[in-house]
Design a protein around this ligand. Structure first.
Ligand code: FAD
Length: 493
């Protein structure tokens, strides 16, 4: 990732920098703009909302507490995101946790009546894959030894045939793959329901096995791959703003509250300009859309719809997810880490008052929880969702949240619904993911749904933006982008 970043700085400086309109200030858009500015071009980022970050956006409530679109975890296996923190000089903002994966054991309690957890601890002194194997072998609470061996045997083709096999497994759901490989159902129930919900907010009955194998590959091949970090505060201020500042300092521009309403074309189907919701026009030499795939599909000009590259987008749809914040009047847990809930309604959660320096509170807890799968809940009221969540939490924290009212009290809550979030990675989706270079000479795509090897994640989004920036910078050098006339080359609002 460092070498790839360096290529932007080492490229010959353009004799005439391109004005590039980058649609969206999520991680893909900001990453694309950052690297375009490193290559000597002038990005203009157009963001529809008044907050940076897209799916990592966050804002404050009337008490000054932060509400986040999603509980976000950074992994050791995110080379481009980690490199971004280094390049921006903000590495200290990543708060790395112990190298462990911690699963709740719903319904099970410690001798003194508290919530029990089961841990996979990766020994620091061992390299990959040994650290992962030891972590799996030493945990005997969730899987029996024969179950682990059967799962290990199931993985042999992935080890022998590598990436080709991983890609072929996109035709199978996780559950289908487990059956085909003779892995006992209990392995799915104990581990992979939680994994599938954490990876894509859906169940293993729907999730593509490629997603799980891709994650396992990274986790088992890289010594720190599964190590997790929390950002030390809200992503828009702690990560997105420094990305924006970087490109602004190099001649880029950021325009907030700028929603594009349509893409206008020249006769040759290249982009002539962007029509904004306020009626104004934005023109540039080149355009990068980082809008989520569902928005992009609606925005596609009629003339592009029959082009196979764009037609394929119909195979991708965002998955619903709900992020919940619960503030309690006392501490519920002392675990400073991400927790896999293993409950039917919830995915992962964390006590952000412990895990995140910016949200620290020594007396109270703020649980952030991902509610998934959310298909049947996304249309329900916040009150219904909180009631259901509390029902699950009574099982997770039987002692701390006594139903008779003697335990911790819920002070307030916030529910953030994202009806169409990252693309739903059901079996067979890989063939629909578009590469960043489109058939339209002055139009590029980025976003976590576009083709790259890091799934629909912050790493995938950041890397896709970098790939789009590289493709554009290369095209600028090759002279294949039709330049606007000099006088109209500046992006004009
Ligand atoms: P987006 O963030 O969606 O950015 C698109 C931008 O385009 C937005 O800012 C949007 O406002 C803007 N836009 C849309 N339409 C227009 C328009 N018409 N005009 C102008 N601008 C427009 N990933 C991880 O790696 N780890 C995690 O733990 C994790 N947890 C998650 C939890 C939740 C609840 C969610 C929802 C996501 C999570 N993700 C996680 C995924 C991660 O957030 C996304 O993959 C990533 O942020 C997507 O970035 P993006 O730039 O591709 O898209």
């Amino acid at each position: 990732a460092a070498a790839f970043s360096q290529t932007f700085l080492d490229m010959p400086r353009p004799s005439r920098p391109l004005k590039v309109a980058v649609i969206g200030a999520g991680l893909a858009g900001l990453s694309c703009a950052k690297y375009l500015s490193d290559a000597g071009h002038n990005p203009v980022v157009l963001e529809a909302r008044d907050v940076l970050g897209g799916k990592v956006a966050a804002w404050q409530d009337k008490d000054g507490d932060w509400i986040e679109t999603g509980l976000h975890i950074f992994f050791g296996a995110y080379p481009n995101v980690n490199q971004m923190f280094t390049e921006l000089g903000i590495r200290d903002r990543l708060q790395w946790k112990s190298h462990s994966m911690i699963f709740a054991m719903p319904g099970q309690q410690t001798a003194d009546g508290f919530q029990r957890f089961s841990r996979f601890d990766f020994p620091d002194l061992l390299p990959a894959p040994l650290n992962g194997l030891v972590a799996i072998l030493l945990n005997n609470e969730m899987l029996t030894f024969p179950e682990k061996i059967q799962f290990g045997i199931g993985l042999i083709p992935a080890i022998l045939f590598g990436q080709k096999y991983v890609e072929e497994c996109d035709s199978l759901t996780v559950t289908e793959w487990m059956k085909k490989q003779g892995v006992p159902d209990r392995v799915n129930d104990e581990v992979f329901i939680a994994m599938a919900k954490a990876l894509n907010f859906i169940d293993p009955d729907n999730l593509s096995m490629t997603v799980v194998l891709t994650a396992l590959n990274r986790f088992l091949q890289e010594t720190h791959g599964s190590k997790m970090a929390f950002l030390d505060g809200p992503p828009p201020t702690r990560l997105c703003q420094p990305m924006a500042d970087h490109m602004i300092a190099r001649g880029g521009e950021l325009r907030m509250n700028q929603r594009i309403s349509s893409i206008l074309l020249n006769n040759d189907k290249t982009v002539r300009g962007l029509k904004m919701q306020d009626g104004s026009m934005v023109e540039a030499d080149a355009y990068v859309s980082t809008m989520p795939v569902d928005v992009l599909k609606l925005m596609l000009p009629e003339e592009w719809r029959s082009i196979p590259y764009f037609e394929k987008l119909s195979g991708l749809t965002g998955v619903p997810v709900i992020n919940i914040h619960l503030w309690f009047d006392r501490k519920l847990t002392t675990v400073d880490h991400l927790l896999f809930s293993r409950s039917p309604l919830l995915s992962v959660y964390a006590d952000m008052s412990l895990t995140c320096k910016g949200y620290r509170d020594d007396d109270k807890s703020m649980l952030e929880l991902v509610f998934a799968p959310a298909k049947d809940w996304i249309g329900r009221s916040d009150e219904d969702i909180i009631d259901a969540t509390m029902g699950e939490l009574y099982r997770l924290f039987p002692n701390e949240l006594a139903r008779d009212g003697s335990g911790a009290k819920l002070l307030k809550y916030a529910v953030v619904k994202t009806p169409l979030s990252v693309y739903e990675a059901t079996a067979g989706r890989e063939m629909y993911r578009p590469v960043q270079t489109t058939p339209i000479l002055n139009f590029y795509l980025a976003g976590c749904f576009t083709k790259q090897k890091y799934l629909a994640s912050m790493e995938g989004a950041t890397f896709s933006g970098k790939l789009a920036a590289r493709a554009l910078a290369d095209a600028a050098i090759a002279g294949t982008i039709p330049l606007k006339e000099k006088e109209s080359s500046a992006v004009a609002a």
